[in-house]
Design a protein around this ligand. Structure first.
Ligand code: CUA
Length: 331
């Protein structure tokens, strides 16, 4: 009865663990130049551990079944007992551990040696709780969406303005700490065209779990097109409603924290909104970027993502409609 119950408990725990993985990016499905090495290392360690586990289990079963037919006080030195302990307990584990350790070192050295700077250098800045991506030479500053050319290396300079965060794209690259006052320079390469989820991997406070970003790997020509479009200032409002919305933005506290290139708004506390409408999410992955969600976010982002730096804004009715119409033009 107890056995059946414990099997049920383990089964339930296992299925909860496995189901929580569904839909998450797996580091075993690697799309990056560096991720592949780590995946190989992971599988090597998995198969060694699995083999050790199987051998130990077989020995245990063998020992327990054999013990029943033996005298109460067995002679430990009979049948090579001491040498079995020496080999199984010291020599073989030492060989395995040293072997795995040298493979880990080899992988680490190979990772550290990836230094193909390429023409694109992106400063990655962790904020509580969002990511800023500053394409330094191209004068493009965006948030929570890292665009890169597929198959080409870019250089990331990873840092933070407040606490320690960790930049992690499970399918492309290992974790790199984002540390205030320090810049960690790494090469970054997505091998496949596509969108990958990245996340903060270092506990950084209340909204640590809501600090996601997307890595959009584009064909190089498409990436260059994206970069050029991002370099342009925000489009000029075309309709009276959009114009009114721009006045709402420029006449409110928004300008102290946000930049919209081509206008007087030049704050740098929150994300640069020059091309905000082209992004897929708001609040660093917490909501899809739709007018309804944006209205809720502007009115009171604290109810959506408590503790974030944006205060509730007293903008309602017609003013909010105009502001939303304007924000949608920021492509
Ligand atoms: Cu930033 Cu966790």
């Amino acid at each position: 009865m107890r056995r059946a119950a414990s099997i049920a408990v383990f089964g339930a725990a296992g299925s909860v663990l496995l189901s929580s993985c569904a839909g998450s990016p797996s580091l075993l499905d690697s799309h990056g130049a560096r991720g592949a090495d780590i995946t190989t290392l992971w599988w090597l360690m998995f198969w060694i551990a699995a083999a050790v586990c199987v051998i130990i289990t077989i020995l245990l079963i063998w020992a327990t079944t054999r013990a029943r037919s033996r005298p109460a006080e067995p002679d430990l030195h009979a049948a090579g007992g001491t040498s079995l302990v020496l080999w199984g307990g010291a020599i073989i584990p030492a060989i395995l551990l040293v072997g795995v350790f040298s493979f880990v070192l080899k992988t680490m050295v190979a990772e550290a040696g990836v230094h193909d700077p390429g023409p694109i250098t992106i400063k990655v800045i962790g904020h509580r709780w969002w990511w800023e991506f500053d394409y330094m030479k191209q004068h493009v500053d965006t948030a929570n969406e890292l665009h890169v050319p597929a198959g080409r290396a870019v250089t990331l300079k990873i840092t933070s303005v407040d606490v320690i965060h960790s930049f992690w794209v499970p399918q492309i690259q290992e974790k790199t700490d984002a540390i205030p006052g320090r810049i960690n320079t790494v090469a970054f390469q997505a091998n496949k065209v596509g969108t990958n989820l990245g996340e903060c991997a270092e506990y950084c406070g209340m909204q640590h779990a809501n600090m996601d970003f997307l890595v959009v790997a584009q064909p190089p020509a498409e990436f260059q097109h994206w970069l050029r479009s991002q370099q342009k200032p925000a489009p000029v409002p075309k309709t009276a409603l959009q114009e009114a919305g721009q006045q709402v933005f420029l006449g409110s506290a928004c300008v102290y924290c946000h930049t919209i290139k081509g206008t007087n708004a030049s704050g740098n506390v929150g994300p640069d909104l020059t091309h905000f409408a082209g992004r897929k999410s708001i609040g660093a992955g917490i909501l899809p970027n739709t007018p309804g969600n944006l209205a809720g976010w502007i009115a009171n982002s604290q109810s959506i993502k408590p503790g974030n730096a944006m205060p509730p804004m007293d903008i309602s009715g017609n003013k909010m409609q105009a502001l939303l119409a304007y924000m949608e033009t920021l492509k």
